[in-house]
Design a protein around this ligand. Structure first.
Ligand code: XDX
Length: 274
């Protein structure tokens, strides 16, 4: 194989089942990718704390992208020379793209009165409420609320008011991305910018060897990385339609849901790419 394949994968609804967060149907493909030294790079709205736990479960030890592209974590054993614009922290090179969570909480507060009773947000929800709205257990609900750069918002008002809420947040300088369950409120960052930064860091560290990036996702917050990758895979979702893309080349749509669709499409791509 001439090119280094890189797999950027969304978590909820993609590698993990939307409802029970199982990745069992993807285990065989994860093994195949590991055997072929193809990095699987979680690219998610989840937090560093959640990823610290999930990376071990998935037996992954490479880079990952958190909070909808707000930060990229690259283990120092993967890329030895420090990429520019990164900080060194606990064995990682960390590239941050967004301001801290407190900044976005203050913006949301500015709209709290006008949209009173129309949304919930992690920072004011109890652990029990986060568990109810996510289906996560207590430990994982706490990890999900251990955020550095972004705030998940659960919209409970009408679709029209939601559009007004999002527009006002954008006017205040926020980027708002729709996940499977929540709106992610953060800065000028997305999974696509983070993917591009990491591909470039890999290329530099590999002596400018060609790469082939494959992105897999199911929701609105995956659109930027699906547009930015060499190959885009849209994973079929029970709660919503495939995310709309402007590109039409090198796009695969899974016929199966979540991690089953993930394995289905990667099997086809690996056959094509040899
Ligand atoms: O917005 C959502 O529905 C998900 C989306 O996560 P992905 O970007 O699909 O991995 O993320 C939020 O909810 C998860 C639990 O359902 C939490 O684990 C995440 O921290 C939170 O951002």
């Amino acid at each position: 194989m001439l090119k280094q394949l890189l797999v950027f994968t969304d978590m909820d609804g993609t590698l993990l089942d939307h409802h029970d967060y199982s990745y069992a149907p993807a285990l065989n493909m994860l093994d195949i990718l590991k055997g072929r030294h193809i990095p699987v790079i979680p690219t998610t709205s989840k937090t560093k704390a959640e990823l610290d736990s999930l990376m071990g479960d998935l037996q992954l030890n490479g880079p990952f992208i958190v909070e909808n592209g707000a930060a990229v974590y690259v283990p120092q054993h993967v890329i030895q020379n420090q990429p520019s614009d990164t900080l060194a922290s606990e064995g990682f090179w960390v590239k941050a793209f967004a301001q801290p969570r407190e900044h976005w909480l203050a913006l949301i507060d500015e709209l709290a009165e006008e949209f009173d009773g129309e949304f919930l947000q992690f920072s004011t929800m109890s652990v029990q409420q986060i568990m109810e709205h996510t289906g996560l257990d207590e430990c994982h609900a706490k990890l999900a609320n251990s955020r550095m750069y972004s705030e998940p918002v659960k919209w409970i008002g009408t679709p029209e008011r939601k559009t007004q809420f999002v527009t006002q947040l954008q006017q205040l300088g926020a980027t708002v991305l729709q996940g499977g369950r929540f709106l992610g409120v953060s800065g000028n960052c997305d999974k696509g910018q983070a993917l591009q930064w990491l591909v470039s860091a890999f290329q530099t560290s590999l002596g400018h060897k060609a790469t082939l990036s494959i992105a897999l996702g199911d929701s609105g917050n995956d659109v930027a990385m699906l547009e930015a990758s060499d190959i885009a895979v849209r994973i079929k979702s029970q709660p919503h339609a495939y995310p709309p893309l402007t590109r039409t080349d090198n796009v695969f749509d899974s016929t199966l849901y979540g991690p089953s669709g993930w394995s289905e499409c990667l099997t086809k791509i690996l056959i094509n790419e040899g």
